[in-house]
Ligand binder design. Sequence first.
Ligand code: MN
Length: 314
Amino acid sequence: MNVKQKHQPAEVRMERDLIGESDASSVGSKRLVLARVAQGSHWVGDGFPVQSLFAYHEPIAKDVSPFLLFDYAAPRSFRPTADRRGVGEHPHRGFETVTIVYAGEVEHRDSAGGSGKIGVGDVQWMTAGSGVVHEEFHGTEFSRQGGLLSMAQLWVNLPAEHKMTKPRYQEILAANIPTVQITEKTRGRVIAGALQDVRGPAQTFTSLNVWDLRTADADHWTLDFAPGHTATIAVLEGEVTVADQRLGPAGLFVLGRDGSSIAIQTSGEAKVLVLSGAPIDEPIVGHGPFVMNTQGEIRQAMLDYQSGRMGHLS
Ligand code: MN
């Protein structure tokens, strides 16, 4: 996606100040740092009406690291058209974009030669690294027929030492994403990292997890996290309760780094995306589609883009 439109700071509906000293414990329950529902939405290009669940300029950036941004497009019906809906040619540098399709089809093309069409359950993991120019559109066939589109896009930070890595494109098809049965009613697709020792297919630069969870009915279960990992739970559909706070669609629970587990409860069918990982505690300086560590690196990124050093779409 492109952040030409400024992300509206989501309204905080419930924010809980932590009381008391952290015991820096790596065992026990993680604590809730923030619970809120995203307010409002904006269009990314003319194809993706998204709610911003979080963005890296917010105070919670250190609690969601290594994730920088989370845009969610809830299911929305599009009429058949011969036009291309989406975002035309734009650059990225310094991080990865991860696109998860829940309904419909998304097509991508980039200046490093990566391209593909991803459908329901598929994931595109693009490492912008030193820089790519790409475009993101609804699938041609999907546009012609019309229908429901729903997707999520995550921006995943790269540590300073890998920000200028060679661009890479991983197309991860649903068939290659393993599923873990967590309870009788709840299962999780492991897109990246590991869940209950089942490893996901995404290759990543730092230790992180992306779990796509579905529950068929009211249920409760516990998730475990590696010591020191951040953990964020996004409610995409249904109602989910964490630490006595109940949130509906576009709800976000951000947990602290301490502790190793969290209890989750659903009141019915639900769709949840869980993000966790080893935080990258380095300065974040972002400008539009570039996220680096210093202002100088941002200026360099703009120069490199303008002079064509990030390539062009053929
Ligand atoms: Mn993009």
